[in-house]
Write a protein that binds this ligand. Structure first.
Ligand SMILES: [Zn+2]
Length: 95
């Protein structure tokens, strides 16, 4: 019973600090550096699973439920444009 209370108290602490984002990830208030957590895992079993972030593409993936998305849209667009440019280049080179 004591352990259960402890768990609930901890959950309450965390949920007070949670900031939800439309891109389906969670960050915690007053945390530095900022880590990204999975919304799905938190909602389904109150677990904070840290997302694997790809700094190059600005995308993330949850190692637990495999949910993925984009956490840095600007970064993502830049990476996609670079990719397109690379493809254009290889087309030109193949001639
Ligand atoms: Zn997850």
């Amino acid at each position: 019973m004591k352990e259960e209370n402890e768990r609930l108290r901890k959950e309450k602490d965390i949920s007070d600090r949670i900031v939800r984002h439309p891109e389906s990830f969670i960050t915690l208030k007053d945390s530095s550096p900022t880590f990204y957590y999975c919304t799905h895992c938190w909602d389904s079993n109150s677990q904070l699973i840290q997302l694997k972030c790809d700094d190059y593409y600005g995308t993330f993936e949850c190692p637990h439920c495999q949910m993925n998305g984009i956490n840095d849209k600007e970064r993502y667009h830049v990476a996609m444009q670079l990719l397109e440019t690379e493809n254009d280049m290889s087309e030109i080179l193949s001639y």
